[in-house]
Design a protein around this ligand. Structure first.
Ligand code: UDX
Length: 440
């Protein structure tokens, strides 16, 4: 296989957000291991470090974006600017590769970088879309918004989609500015519909009915090959520096006693939310490991607004860090629960380690992922109200009380199912083989 594919050259197009950079680099690692040569074209913002990936060629393109754009919470606007600013340099870059005589087998792009499909079409190259979120988000971005209420309801004729409480989720999408969102949706839909294949970082059994719904709407072959992080485990893709003492601290904690708290790479909170979270964590008396990114608390540099008495009460029982090796943390035996914003990567990483989740989604697909966790897979609880008493009760229920037993058992069952999908004849392994054949 290695020899056969060496002549095949793939160009991968990245978007500059942590939750997208990591799966794209994982996919690059997997495809390289199958014998493809890889060029990664990436925006200047949040550039990956080429020295961590000596087997790939990296080309940077100007994006005219500042890091502060990542914090302003206008994600549709950000996606639009990214595509508008990067389209011309991306096209020049791909044309340069073509003119150098280096034949491109396919352009594999993050589905948020939809301009790449238009460029691939114009240059008569196959475009392959990588969806770094769930397959169900394809329905949310492309199909559902176009349906009238009655058609929408009639589509929800499967137990999986019914359990998701889709009408509630659909309503939550209307919070985004309609003009910009509509423009993003049209461009995104056109790109995915013209792609020759769609790769999804998901596992078929997790969203089986949604996947069959997706297949009715998209002509391209869909390859569900996740979880990518289990296929390409060790790659340095973190934008922030990881605190490497967390694992030593976890080693000292009792089995399944620690609640790990992280809200991903983009969500932000205000000072009141910081303090209420801190109080809930100290009150609940479980050891905790809490990731607070610099700048995550609006108006603060880090955690300087936390009262000293909180730090005193926290003592050795809690640890606050700026960033950590999340996958190693979730795999550690001391971790018994994950309070998460429900970004797709975090959700899949938690499933793979059998860690039950406390869900507090912030925006976008996080609401959908939280609904899967709590209502479909039933491996977590939603934190309805950010109030210290409620935080304490919900963490106890998730990790300690008899009431949470079923949730904890189901989380372990899902871990086993996810592991099986990566076995020789598991769904993800088979789908990956089909993808390689498709590209070759
Ligand atoms: C963004 C969106 O928020 C999310 O809804 C979408 O599904 C993907 O893009 P992000 O906020 O980055 O995602 O969350 P997530 O998808 O969970 O990705 C975060 C990544 O950062 C994970 O791979 C996680 O392992 C990693 N991480 C997080 C660390 O390595 N260390 C940390 O301390 C925290």
């Amino acid at each position: 296989m290695e020899k056969q594919n060496k002549a095949c050259h793939l160009v991968l197009v990245m978007v500059p957000f942590q939750g997208h950079i990591t799966p794209m680099l994982q996919l690059a690692t997997i495809l390289h291991s199958k014998g493809f040569s890889i060029t990664i074209i990436h925006p200047e913002l949040n550039s990956p470090n080429p020295s961590n990936h000596p087997k790939f060629a990296f080309v940077s393109i100007p994006d005219k974006l500042t890091p502060s754009r990542l914090l302003d919470r206008d994600f549709a606007g950000l996606a639009l600017s990214l595509n508008k600013n990067c389209a011309a340099p991306l096209r020049q870059c791909i044309e340069k590769i073509v003119h150098s005589g280096n034949r491109i087998t396919a352009v594999v792009y993050d589905s948020l970088m939809f301009c790449a499909q238009t460029i691939a079409d114009e240059l008569r190259l196959p475009g392959i879309s990588l969806r770094t979120s769930s397959a169900t988000t394809l329905l949310f971005l492309t199909v559902f918004p176009q349906l009238e209420e009655k058609d929408f309801i009639s589509r929800i004729n499967s137990p999986e989609l019914q359990a998701l409480q889709l009408p509630r989720l659909r309503a939550s999408l209307s919070q985004y500015p309609t003009g910009v969102m509509a423009e993003v949706r049209v461009a995104f839909t056109n790109a995915v519909k013209s792609s020759s294949a769609i790769i999804v970082n998901s596992i078929a059994f997790l969203e089986q009915e949604a996947l069959s719904n997706v297949k009715q709407h998209f002509p391209a072959s869909i390859f569900t090959i996740g979880p990518l992080h289990k296929l390409a485990p060790t790659i340095g893709s973190s934008i922030l520096t990881e605190d490497d003492e967390c694992i030593t601290w976890l080693d000292k904690q009792a089995l399944k006693s620690v609640i790990y708290v992280s809200f991903g790479s983009m969500a932000s909170i205000d000072e009141h939310e910081l303090i209420e979270t801190a109080r809930g964590l100290v009150d609940c008396e479980q050891p905790f490991l809490w990731v607070v990114r610099p700048g995550m608390v609006r108006g603060s540099e880090w955690i300087e607004t936390l009262p000293n008495r909180f730090k005193e009460r926290m003592g050795e029982r809690g640890r606050i860090v700026k960033w950590t090796q999340q996958k190693e943390v979730l795999a550690h035996g001391a971790v018994g629960g994950f309070w998460s914003h429900c970004g797709w990567n975090s959700t899949v990483e938690s499933i793979c380690e059998g860690v039950p989740m406390l869900c507090r989604p912030f925006f976008g697909d996080q609401m959908l992922n939280s609904s899967y966790v709590c209502n479909v897979w039933k491996i977590g609880l939603e934190l309805q109200e950010l109030e210290r008493g409620n935080i304490k009760r919900t963490i106890k229920k998730l990790m300690v009380d008899m009431e949470g037993n079923k949730i904890r058992n189901r989380a372990m069952d899902l871990k086993e199912k996810a592991t099986n999908c990566l076995m020789e004849y598991g769904s993800s392994s088979c789908s990956l083989n089909e993808l390689i054949n498709h590209i070759s």
